[in-house]
Design a protein around this ligand. Structure first.
Ligand code: BJ8
Length: 424
């Protein structure tokens, strides 16, 4: 990575501790990613973004701030980026996916909190992630109890706006979410001093839809018999989508898709014929959490789809682009976002329908239902997911994991046995 120490210092980061993180990340990346064979050439862009993960994009955000642009940090895919961009501000995803940050979170949170929350809080309080330092305001949401309480702690350290996400999907809940989006718009307008009008919102709806289209195109290539890209690489792209500049990201992803389409035409696969096709369902995998993909793809399986927030929940369904006034556009945003099926909703049968549909679309041999330790929502919903998949004749394995490496061997044994069972 180039030298960004001055920027990190100006951001008030703990440089000494941050150096430790900078030492381990490239090793993990080399082991998991660069060791893969026959990767698409255009993965070079994403490799570069990761190699400069705490440099290039943070530097762009800092530059934008110098010109008066505000940066908003987000933690959940229900938060509409469109509204932030429409106020000439920049959103950036902040979910923490590294064990490195977990102890910092545990200083203020109960140990039995999910690692995603602990890492996110630790990254801020320990001052070891530039993105967490750069964001002028955080946008939280009331999805799970752990997050709700974490916002109160983070809110003592950084301006925080919390969106009240309904937990049912009745008509009145859609209306309530539209009201929350309006309130968010008001907060952002006040904080940035910029007005959101329907023209700007229309542009940002198109901007984010284009990103979704590119991701959908990428994922469509994974439906083929010959799989032109590994699950690991696809996951990396999803993770980068959360914080990269959307215009550039869309362009680079479409360029990659051109290469993947060509691979499909030529029958190129990164996996051997007969490799079992696995769908991962469950809790999100924030960067640099590549553990399960790595275990699956080094145990004779191919991850072909993620029914996750770092997967289909992020890019499926577009916002209606035909609306031309603010009220209708906000309703269209509410409609699209309320169609995401997170386990924080009840009832949530639509998520099970999604998984079954995805299994068909991606021609899946088996599902691994992944739960981040201490996520009660997905853990509990896992019972219904697994029961319904079994009923539908789809083999399923439920696993629980965290961000440590302590369970890798055990996961290898269980996932290896599952894949072997699929082969019989
Ligand atoms: S839409 S999955 S990003 S809430 S894993 S913090 S739910 S205890 S991340 Fe999530 Fe939005 Fe839902 Fe997606 Fe809580 Fe569970 Fe932790 Fe979670």
């Amino acid at each position: 990575m180039a030298d960004y120490r001055d920027m990190w210092k100006d951001l008030g980061m703990d440089l000494e501790t941050h150096d430790q993180l900078c030492e381990v990340l490239p090793m993990a990346f080399t082991d998991v990613y660069l060791s893969q064979k026959n990767r698409p050439e255009n993965m070079g862009y994403y490799d570069f973004v990761v190699s400069e993960i705490h440099g290039v994009r943070p530097a762009e955000l800092v530059e934008a701030q110098k010109k008066g642009t505000k940066v908003f940090g987000t933690f959940c895919i229900y938060v509409p980026d469109e509204v932030v961009f429409a106020a000439d501000a920049i959103p950036t995803g902040l979910c923490g996916g590294s064990q490195f940050w977990v102890p910092g979170g545990e200083k203020v949170l109960p140990t039995n909190t999910c690692p995603l929350i602990k890492a996110s809080v630790g990254a801020r309080l320990d001052k070891t992630c530039p993105f967490f330092r750069i964001a002028d305001m955080y946008i939280g949401e009331t999805t799970c109890d752990g997050k709700k309480k974490a916002w109160e702690i983070l809110g003592e350290d950084v301006p925080m706006h919390v969106m009240d996400l309904p937990q049912m999907k009745r008509r009145k809940d859609y209306k309530a979410w539209a009201e929350e989006i309006k309130e968010l718009k008001g907060t952002i307008e006040e904080f940035t001093g910029n007005k959101v009008d329907s023209e700007k919102l229309s542009k940002s709806i198109k901007l984010i839809n284009d990103k979704r289209r590119a991701l959908a195109r990428l994922n469509a290539t994974r439906k083929n018999k010959n799989i032109p890209i590994s699950g690991k690489d696809s996951l990396l792209i999803s993770q980068i989508a959360f914080y990269d500049d959307p215009t550039r990201f869309t362009e680079m992803t479409n360029t990659l898709c051109d290469e993947l389409d060509k691979r499909v035409e030529e029958g190129v696969s990164v996996f051997e014929e007969g490799t079992k096709r696995i769908l991962l369902a469950g809790t999100p995998l924030a960067i640099p959490n590549w553990k399960i993909h790595n275990v699956v793809e080094t145990s004779g399986g191919a991850v072909v789809c993620e029914e996750m927030c770092t997967g289909t929940r992020y890019f499926e369904n577009l916002v209606d682009e035909s609306k031309d006034n603010l009220d209708d556009q906000i309703d269209a945003l509410a409609d699209r976002y309320m169609n995401i099926n997170c386990a924080c909703f009840t009832p949530n049968e639509a998520r099970i329908d999604d998984i079954k549909r995805l299994c068909k679309e991606y021609n899946v041999d088996g599902v691994i239902d992944v739960n981040l330790k201490f996520c009660n929502l997905y853990d509990t919903e896992g019972f219904l997911v697994e029961r319904e998949l079994k009923k539908a004749g789809i083999p399923v394995l439920g696993i629980e994991t965290d961000y440590t490496d302590s369970d890798v061997q055990q996961l290898r044994t269980r996932i290896g046995a599952f894949i072997e069972m699929l082969e019989k």
